[in-house]
Design a protein around this ligand. Structure first.
Ligand code: DX5
Ligand code: ZN
Length: 225
């Protein structure tokens, strides 16, 4: 069970310090938005390069941008350990995944709430992580969409039956109230933005979320499969 907090609700004036507040996190989720693929604008490669220079934490880049084929390799070249692009935006997913692997990054593919699991079925063997959006992408602090849970279960079973080692990441509205449902459906990696950075003790919240997920995992039966 991995917790990868999103900096979207952190203080953008001091991102380096915000990262230092969550030493227990398994990675740092960075939401890149271009105001085209989503109706919001955050930061791009120069900010990621600056963060790379001040931290050796795992950087988990979530590209909510058009034309990831053009932009994603730069993030891998900057030293991000994981680069995720959207299934709805990519033109040549196999070529892009192979290029990211060649540079040395893990590859994630993200699905919007209304995108079916079948969008992934032919490229699963090319990727390391599936990110299932449990909010419409673009903003932090939105309520969790339970309607995506059957898709998480479907993807978990596609991965399991193909004997692949692929992380299933849940992104959007993950909190102490929702994380156990995500574990039940088969998720193992959790992005939490507002739950962590609006908490008075962000690192304690990271540990709390991981404990909830791990305890649920031990009792829900996936571990025995
Ligand atoms: C949504 C982003 C997220 C998200 C996380 O477009 O991809 O990573 O904002 O924030 P919370 O946990 O507040 O939904
Ligand atoms: Zn994200």
């Amino acid at each position: 069970m991995r917790i990868t907090p999103s900096l979207l609700n952190a203080d953008f004036a001091k991102l380096g310090e915000e990262i230092a507040r969550i030493p227990s996190a398994d990675g740092i989720h960075l939401d890149v938005m271009d105001n085209h693929f989503v109706p919001n604008l955050t930061f791009g490669l120069p900010v990621v390069e600056s963060l790379r220079a001040v931290t050796d934490r795992m950087l988990d880049i979530h590209l909510m941008i058009e034309d990831p084929d053009r932009w994603a390799p730069g993030y891998a070249e900057a030293g991000a350990e994981s680069v995720t692009f959207h299934s709805e935006a990519v033109h040549a997913p196999v070529r892009l995944a192979r290029e990211l692997h060649r540079i040395g990054a893990r590859v994630g593919v993200a699905l919007n709430p209304a995108t079916p699991a079948s969008a992934l079925s032919d490229i699963l063997s090319e990727i390391d992580m599936v990110t299932i959006m449990s909010v419409e992408p673009g903003f932090g602090g939105q309520p969790f969409l339970d309607i995506v849970l059957p898709k998480v279960a479907q993807i978990h079973s596609m991965i399991h039956s193909s004997n692949l080692d692929i992380w299933v990441q849940m992104d959007g509205g993950v909190s102490p109230e929702t994380i156990e449902r995500c574990v039940d459906a088969g998720a193992d990696t959790f992005v939490a933005g507002s739950a962590v950075f609006r908490s008075p003790d962000p690192d304690a919240m990271v540990n709390h979320l991981r404990t909830l997920a791990t305890t649920r995992f031990a009792s829900c039966g996936w571990g025995q499969q």
